[in-house]
Unconditional design. Structure first.
Length: 210
């Protein structure tokens, strides 16, 4: 699993570096997650080199899925569909391609068993449809009962403030947000009003006793 995650992270960073001119650290984290998601279905069935291939392709697919999402109106701030959805679909299909009987007892297409690929495609399609229908139903129920979106003002202020009543990120001098003040230090030293001259002239307790 580590090989897949590392390869996917490097692939994502390389693509962001190539297209934007800068390597993305956030992209590295997203790429690592994409590699872990993709290798999860295949982790007990593929060899290390094939895990690297799965991770590299996952990095590419998920990177472009996220880039495509930014050009649409889909509200997916954590890119769950682009990373977990696309990565999971690819990993499930890749199991049918790269599975080796020497590892998990089942061969895939590249090891002479094309029927395993069709099984993976069928299972992936059923799970995709099931997940979409059930998720849509859950979201509709939530939308009717409590709503799915906050107001624009609450979204700008941050959900930490508007929904939880606390400040997750404190920036000096930012002032209160929606009535929530900045964090108060746990310990504030008592002010010493004595001048520097007075502090020098005051003898230590031990010296006075002598």
């Amino acid at each position: 699993m580590t090989a897949s995650a590392e390869t996917s992270a490097l692939t994502w960073v390389g693509m962001s570096w190539w297209l934007s001119g800068k390597p993305s650290v956030v992209g590295a984290a997203a790429g690592a997650v994409a590699g872990l998601v993709a290798i999860t279905p295949a982790s007990g069935f593929v060899q290390p080199m094939e895990a690297i291939a799965i991770g590299g392709i996952a990095g590419l697919l998920c990177f472009f899925a996220v880039q495509l999402r930014t050009r649409t109106s889909i509200d997916d701030s954590l890119d769950v569909v682009g990373v977990h959805g696309v990565g999971g679909l690819w990993g499930s299909i890749a199991t049918g391609l790269f599975a080796a009987a020497t590892v998990g007892g089942v061969d895939g297409l590249f090891h002479g068993a094309p029927d395993q690929l069709w099984r993976q495609l069928l299972a992936t399609s059923v799970v995709a449809v099931y997940s979409f229908v059930v998720t849509w139903g859950i979201l509709k129920i939530l939308d009717v009962t409590m709503g799915l979106r906050v107001s624009e003002e609450e979204e700008i202020a941050g959900l930490d403030v508007s929904q939880h009543g606390e400040r997750a990120y404190i920036f000096g001098g930012s002032g209160p947000v929606l009535g929530i003040p900045e964090a108060i230090p746990m310990y504030t030293p008592a002010p010493n009003h004595a001048s520097s001259t007075e502090r020098v002239m005051q003898p230590e307790a031990g010296a006075a006793a002598r």
